[in-house]
Design a protein around this ligand. Structure first.
Ligand code: RIB
Ligand code: CA
Length: 313
């Protein structure tokens, strides 16, 4: 269909990744040209398998899925089994895709598609940025071939894996710094906005109730999170990765401000911190290349996600 937005999704499915990928695959406004897997929430062998099986689950076997990085550029891999389980999708089991395995690796396939789209490709990243950094290093002209880079990652304030670092940037801060430094048009969906994209208990149970394979996947893929919610600290179900996809569908759901962003790579306590000049002297760095998202219309985002997931029966 003409007028659809060409999108590439780099992802570490991953529970919230799964909802984001399914939304994108069912959104008639978006033309998902490729999906690449990266290590993060789980080992790459699981994230690659999950990405393939999510395309199959959405009846979109024609969307190519590519294998990517198994380890960060320099750091030791850290995954998130407490939230996502060892397999990345908690207690859920998806039917195996029988789609042929792609021969290209993530970074080569992304470059090939970006050239084919001639500047129109939107790159959505939902995991650590290792694949993208490798692509930028191998193909220096790639940043100019993208319409924009829509990153779930970082945090102007706070952190979730450490007090000052968000998971995706923390896992591979060197990759994140490469992307923030060389990206031309970057949109950062950090914790500042994604922790405002939470599901209330009532909304959770509204989605989880009933029959059908989508509600079953939703229930089983959130089993680890539900167990965490029962612990005394409590735990929220944040739809981190749905944010950049919802933005491409309807940018007016979000508010952000331009800033320069760098990722700390050397700190012992601060490794993975994204440092922005949002609220400081603007002479911090060269001109701002990143729109840091700060607000979201939460209810509208939930409506978007439920509308898209309902298409999977
Ligand atoms: O910090 C949240 C991010 O880390 C999300 O992308 C989640 O899927 C995990 O990868
Ligand atoms: Ca993710």
């Amino acid at each position: 269909m003409s007028g659809r937005i060409p999108v590439w999704i780099d992802t570490d499915p991953g529970v919230d990744d799964s909802f984001a990928v399914l939304c994108a695959l069912k959104d008639d406004q978006l033309d998902v040209r490729g999906i690449s897997a990266v290590m993060g929430n789980a080992e790459q062998k699981y994230t690659y398998k999950n990405a393939r099986n999510l395309a199959h689950f959405a009846n979109r076997d024609e969307v190519p899925v590519y294998a990517g990085s198994e380890v960060p550029l320099f750091k030791k891999l850290r995954t998130a089994p407490l939230i996502h389980g060892e397999t990345g999708i908690s207690d859920a089991v998806l039917e195996e895709s029988s789609a042929p395995h792609a021969t290209l690796l993530a970074w080569d396939a992304l470059y090939k598609e970006a050239k084919a789209q001639n500047g129109a490709l939107r790159l959505v990243t939902l995991g650590p940025l290792t694949n993208i950094a490798k692509a930028f290093m191998k193909y220096p002209e790639l940043p100019d071939l993208l319409e924009g880079i829509y990153i779930m990652g970082g945090a102007a304030e706070g952190g979730n894996i450490t007090p000052c670092a968000e998971f995706n940037v923390y896992v591979d801060p060197h990759a994140a710094e490469t992307v923030f430094r060389t990206g031309k048009k970057v949109y950062m969906f950090g914790l500042d906005v994604t922790q405002k994209a939470y599901l209330t208990d009532a909304e959770y149970h509204g989605i989880a109730k009933g029959e059908g394979r989508m509600t079953e996947f939703f229930r089983k893929s959130t089993a680890h999170i539900l167990r965490l919610k029962e612990n005394p600290q409590g735990f929220e179900l944040y739809l981190h990765d749905v944010c950049p996809v919802a933005y491409l569908h309807e940018p007016s759901l979000f508010y952000g401000e331009m800033a320069k962003v760098h990722a700390e790579t050397e700190g012992t306590i601060t490794s993975g911190k994204t440092v922005t000049d949002l609220w400081s002297d603007k002479s911090f760095a060269e001109e701002a290349n990143t729109k840091v998202m700060l607000e979201v219309n939460r209810e509208a985002l939930i409506r978007y996600m439920t509308d898209m997931l309902k298409k999977i029966q």
